[in-house]
Design a protein around this ligand. Structure first.
Ligand SMILES: [Zn+2]
Length: 100
């Protein structure tokens, strides 16, 4: 298994396994997470955490977003870093109507 971190766009990083992406993170220019996720067959193996730690080590200074679903909230608590209070729903910023 060949695992590679790629940086295909200025604010986007991926982890590729054998040439296909399995985890992706996109940031706003502020460093706040816009989206982070792992493809279903690869979840709970630490790929998103590997990506986060890669960004921290590279000096990118990613920041958790207040707009986190519950699963994302659990992940954010696990990887560490400053955690803004979770948004309340309905949320004007991201449009979420549920925390799930
Ligand atoms: Zn929100």
């Amino acid at each position: 298994m060949n695992i590679e971190v790629r940086h295909p766009e200025p604010l986007k990083w991926t982890i590729e396994v054998d040439g296909g992406w399995v985890a992706m993170i996109r940031l706003y220019p502020s460093g706040e997470v816009e989206w982070v996720g792992t493809r279903p067959n690869y979840q709970r193996k630490g790929f998103a955490t590997l990506l986060w730690n890669h960004l921290v080590k590279a000096g990118v200074n990613p920041k958790h977003s207040a707009c986190r679903l519950l699963e994302g909230d659990r992940w954010a608590r696990k990887v560490g870093g400053e955690l803004p209070p979770l948004h309340t729903v309905p949320c004007d910023k991201c449009g979420a109507t549920s925390l799930i």
